[in-house]
Every structure is written in C-alpha cells, then in structure tokens.
Design a protein around this ligand. Structure first.
Ligand code: KG4
Ligand code: ZN
Length: 337
C-alpha cells in the first residue's frame, strides 16, 4: 500500500511517499527557517505564503524521487491539525484537489499522532503498548500509545512546550533560530551544572509539565548578570555553560517523567518523538537511563523527529488499517488546536 503524505502545519512544507507505513520511498522537506529566522519565531502569514509557493513543487519532487505516479498511489494523507490554520489549509487544499482529481481516498491525520507514529520509524519498533514522550515546539506531553495507532494522554504541559522554552531563551540570548538546535550545539561539551535552574516537577503523581518558571528564571538570570559572554572571564558563566545548564533543566524533567510513567504503567518500552527529541543531550540521557533500568528505548532518526511528511503517511497507514479512509473527504476542515 503506497501513501503520499503531506504536511504543512507550521514552517516546513513536506511531502513523502511511504510503502506499508514504514518503507520510505521519498521524503522532501522545504524548510522556511531562513525566512522566519530574523524574526526569532514563525510569522504565520509569511508561513502560509511560502507554503503556497512550495507545496506543488514539493509534492512533485516527492513523487518523482519515489518513481511513483499519482495513479499508482493508494491514498493521500494530510495533516488536518493542530497547527497554524492558514498553513494547514494550503496542504489540506492541495491534498483534497489531488484526491479528487485522481479519484483516490483522503486520510486526515492529527499532527501529534504523526509524531507518535514516528516511533515506528526507529530501527526496531515497539511490539506492544509503550510510553511516548511527545516534545515539540507546540507540545510537550506523555502518552500511553499502542501499535494500532491509538493513544491515551497521561499529562501535558500547563504552559510552554519544551521547544517553545528553547526558542524563547535562544531569542533572549540572540543565538539564532530554531532555538533548540542553537542551544544544543552551544551546550555540547559545556558544564550543565554551572547554573542550577529550577526544575518544575508538579505534584508527585502528575504527568503534567511546566516550563514557564524555568523560562522566567533564565530571563531573570540575564537581567541580574547581563548576557553571558562567549569567552571565559573570572567568576562568570559563559554562554556555553548557560546553554548547557538551561538544557539540562529541561532534559532532567523530561527523562524523569518518562521513566516514571513507564514504571507506573508497568511498560518496558519508551519512545521520544517531536522536534526536541532531536536534542543530543536528551537522546544521550534517555539512552543511558533506560538501559541502566532495563527499559527499551525507541528514538526515530533526527530527520523524522522534526516536522516531516513520512510520519504523516505512516500514521495514515495505521488509520487505514484500523478504520479506512475518511468519508467526508471534501468537507474536511483544518483545526488549530
Ligand atoms: O516537531 P517540530 O519540528 O515542530 C512542531 O511540531 O512544533 O519541533 C520544533 C521544535 C522547535 O521548538 C525547535 O527549537 C525544537 O523543536 N528543536 C530542538 C532541536 N531541534 C529542534 N530542541 C532541542 N534540541 C534540538 N536539537
Ligand atoms: Zn511537529
């Protein structure tokens, strides 16, 4: 079964052709990082305009690289939400038009389900239910997920998503966008203990997260001490140590809560997905701590952590297996939340 996936929920225009939910025939991602970079975050109106410009060439290129014609597709899958409505509508309209013109079924996919399904794009895949940490720019949540594509929310962030915290602090430091990647790079080899930033663990039994206190603490630090410098000066913390300490505060909580969820639900399999799951320190800590405590870890390759269309085609395959395509294909509307 060959599915064309289309993703345009935020600032990446992506299309991919995937066979049987796992075999990637092509994956094309047109990034808008350079366009939004100077603003330190995604500008929704600019994103929609760029999606309009990119969508047809990106889809064409995905089909061409896969060596598959529109007629050979079994279905077309598209992200319906959550995301920026103007951005989502571009992918959704393109998918509807193609499905209608080619007479193919359309499968609507929830963006977060897409991220969760990326767990099946790791080298080995979970065989039973697993704990899934979804960490991206818009979401931070823990799910109990199943192989058939169903999932149950255990707890989400009450305020900022982890990626959002990375992006906002990187903007404050003036070190580039997307902030997560910039902080990850700076933090490499630096001292994560240089500043003891607060870790918000919420109530003891809670799987909820909160990163606004950490963000405020980091901003207060800069207000009190000024921007950290790149060169070591007597008694001061460098930019690299600041980045490592900030990153460690986020990673500590993410790792701790994921392991606690697995213990509490008696599951041995843990996956981490979404843009922040590309973080090298998070990947390293999860690998070490799951191994030492006898859990199995599933991490998608970095290219399938950040937004892509392979995960959308993959999720659509499981939806199809479970319940077939959507019946109100042309009436489908985008949703922001
Ligand atoms: O999943 P994604 O591409 O888009 C959303 O659905 O939000 O995630 C984007 C987020 C951004 O906040 C970005 O800063 C973060 O993922 N991110 C990272 C890394 N790469 C991307 N955060 C930490 N470390 C990284 N290496
Ligand atoms: Zn995403």
């Amino acid at each position: 079964m060959i599915i064309l996936g289309i993703e345009s929920s935020c600032d990446e225009t992506a299309a991919a052709v995937v066979r049987h939910g796992k075999e990637v025939l092509s994956s094309v991602v047109a990034s808008q990082v350079k366009i939004h970079g100077p603003f330190g975050g995604v500008v929704p109106e600019l994103a929609s305009r760029k999606h309009l410009e990119y969508i047809i060439p990106v889809i064409g290129s995905a089909l061409e690289r896969a060596g598959v014609s529109g007629e050979e597709l079994d279905a077309i899958a598209v992200t319906q939400g959550p995301g920026l409505v103007g951005a989502l509508l571009v992918g959704l309209s393109a998918a509807k038009a193609m499905a209608y013109a080619l007479g193919k079924p359309l499968i609507a996919v929830n963006h977060l389900d897409g991220h969760i399904q990326a767990a099946f794009l790791s080298c080995s895949t979970p065989e039973g239910p697993f704990i899934c940490l979804v960490v991206s720019g818009g979401h931070t949540a823990l799910y109990r997920a199943d192989r058939d594509g169903s999932s149950r929310l255990l707890g989400a962030t009450r305020d900022d998503a982890a990626g959002e915290a990375f992006d906002k602090i990187a903007k404050l430091l003036g070190i580039g966008y997307p902030g997560g990647i910039a902080i990850d790079k700076l933090a490499s080899g630096a001292n994560p203990m240089a500043i003891r930033f607060p870790r918000s663990r919420m109530e003891k039994e809670s799987f909820e997260f909160s990163f606004s206190g950490l963000k405020t603490a980091a901003a207060n630090y800069v207000r009190a001490h000024g921007l950290p410098t790149y060169d070591a000066q007597a008694g001061s913390v460098t930019m690299r140590d600041f980045a490592a300490s900030f990153q460690e505060a986020i990673v500590d909580v993410l790792v701790e809560k994921s392991l606690k969820a697995a213990e509490q639900f008696g599951l041995t399999d843990i996956a981490a997905v979404g843009g922040v799951a590309a973080n090298s320190r998070l990947r390293e800590r999860l690998a070490r701590e799951t191994a030492s405590r006898g859990f199995r870890l599933y991490l998608p390759p970095v290219r399938y952590c950040t937004d892509n269309a392979v995960m959308i085609a993959s999720a659509a395959y499981r939806i199809w297996m479970r319940s077939g395509p959507s019946h109100e294909m042309l009436e489908l509307d985008a949703y922001s939340r």
